[in-house]
Design a protein. Structure first.
Length: 91
């Protein structure tokens, strides 16, 4: 996906969010996070980087999202923290 691309909330995205909700992966108050994950899944991004440690960047949640994605015919989504994708070099 190109930087600056605009993704729409399509029926496909909403169906995926409904699947996440049905599996009770996250509480309803995290609906925006579920849409974010569904959009990334539908867009087939390589990785999603997030600071949302409580609802998203947790191994058990990542596994639940990916189980739903695979069951519904999508690829798994690599969800990482910023610390996992940055390096700090000493000079």
């Amino acid at each position: 996906m190109l930087a600056g691309s605009v993704l729409a909330i399509t029926p496909q995205v909403l169906d995926l969010v409904t699947a996440y909700e049905g599996r009770k992966i996250l509480a309803p108050k995290y609906a925006a996070d579920m849409r974010h994950i569904a959009l990334a899944t539908i867009a087939a991004v390589d990785s999603l980087v997030s600071w949302n440690f409580k609802p998203i960047v947790r191994l058990e949640k990542i596994r639940l999202f990916n189980a739903a994605n695979i069951e519904l015919g999508y690829q798994s989504l690599n969800i990482l923290s910023p610390r996992e994708v940055t390096t700090h070099e000493r000079t």
